[in-house]
Design a protein around this ligand. Structure first.
Ligand code: ADP
Ligand code: MG
Length: 368
């Protein structure tokens, strides 16, 4: 238990860095004409931190308290259902079960599994929530850190027990069937995005349609900021020390998710181990792609695709992103220790090309 908490905190501190920052329009010198203001709510959940900004006028303390409670309740609900770090969660129960008959699922978990399988199909299995046992074997899951890295034979063994096509969903009665009794699902690459979508819906349901929600670096925006402009969301430079911005994106009614190998990683004898597992090899991905950011209407979708593109790498991932018309930004490490940006056509349509002469940021110097 104590260990679990420690690991969670450890992960939290790594994730906390996922570096999207929202710059207050107020700080940029835009002054709203009336008493419209941005209210901020912060805390931690799902092994990471969150920040919610709401534009309101007026916003009585009582309503603020209701928002605070609604945010906590929503996050607890998602975490309580989908966390592999909680023994009592719905997903943990399903993971322990050796049943190969249909099991009932909550609507929420069903929605996430259905989207996960859809992304698996589209990405040829690069995204695969059944890699959980491999994630654990490489020391990135809720299980205690393994004392040694898995052997080739162990990896093959675990690969045999995984595979997204061994999950069968039935939307008619909201059930899941595991074709392999030992199938173990890990929703870490998509559940945060889902939680962000749900928080955004909760706020909209309270008539708060101008807001920004961020959880562990995954973001969703609705309407405009207090200055009347699109929200300004930063994508960080993918460096493990220090914080610097690579890009600032103006977002309005859009979500942004980033997957990277520069915060949550382990150091092994033969180098840096990413927490993203390539389901084809059963091993952490190894390439020069440092991060991928995806912009989409749904944060759950952006989150899942960001992970999938991270698996596929800069060439295959780029091709798939173009084919699927995804708005994605790839940051690739260069030999000189800086970053090269590759934008998909859909990304360029949304944001244009990065202005030239924008100072050091265009060179991608790591700044630390
Ligand atoms: P983060 O959690 O740092 O925001 P991601 O959204 O990319 O980053 O999720 C990474 C997590 O997803 C890993 O820690 C692991 O639990 C899980 N995972 C790793 N590889 C895959 C994969 N190929 N498909 C689905 N989930 C994965
Ligand atoms: Mg993800």
């Amino acid at each position: 238990m104590g260990h679990g908490i420690e690991r969670k905190l450890n992960t939290a501190s790594k994730l906390a860095g996922y570096f999207l920052l929202v710059l207050l329009a107020a700080a940029m010198g835009c002054r709203p004409a009336d008493s419209t203001r941005e209210y901020r709510f912060q805390g931690s959940s799902m092994g990471t931190t969150f920040e919610v900004k709401v534009v309101a006028s007026p916003f009585p303390e009582q309503q603020q308290e209701a928002v605070r409670e609604a945010i906590q309740a929503q996050l607890q609900e998602v975490d309580g259902k989908m966390s592999t770090y909680r023994d009592a969660s719905e997903i943990s129960r399903l993971n322990r079960s050796r049943e190969t008959t249909p099991q009932p699922l909550s609507r929420e978990t069903f929605t996430v599994l259905a989207e996960a399988l859809r992304i698996s199909r589209v990405t040829g299995g690069a995204f695969d929530i059944t890699v959980g046992p491999l994630v654990n074997a490489w020391g990135f899951g809720p299980a205690p850190d393994p004392s040694s890295l898995p052997t080739a034979a162990e990896i093959e063994q675990l690969k045999l027990r995984s595979g997204w096509s061994k999950i069968e969903l039935n939307p008619r009665d909201s059930t899941v069937l595991k074709h392999e009794p030992a199938l173990y699902l890990d929703l870490s690459a998509i559940a945060k995005g889902y939680a962000v979508d749900r928080l955004s819906e909760v706020l909209a349901g309270m008539s708060l349609t101008r807001h920004m929600v961020e959880l562990g670096g995954e973001v969703r925006t609705s309407g405009r900021n207090a200055g009347g402009n699109p929200w300004r969301i930063a994508i960080e430079k993918p460096v493990s020390g220090g914080r610097a911005f690579q890009r600032i994106l103006p977002l309005e009614n859009l979500a942004l998710a980033t997957s990277g190998d520069y915060r949550n990683f382990r150091q092994a004898e033969d180098g840096h181990l990413s927490h993203t597992i390539d389901p084809r090899t059963g091993r952490p991905v190894r390439h020069e792609l440092a991060s991928v950011s995806v912009v989409a209407a749904s944060c759950m979708r952006a989150d899942g695709y960001a992970t999938a593109l991270m698996v596929l790498g800069e060439d295959e991932g780029y091709r798939l992103a173009v084919e699927q018309d995804l708005a994605a930004l790839f940051l690739v490490r260069t030999r000189e220790g800086s970053f090269r940006e590759t934008e998909t056509p859909a990304f360029r349509r949304l944001f244009g090309t990065k202005p030239t002469g924008a100072g050091p940021e265009t060179t991608g110097e790591s700044g630390s």
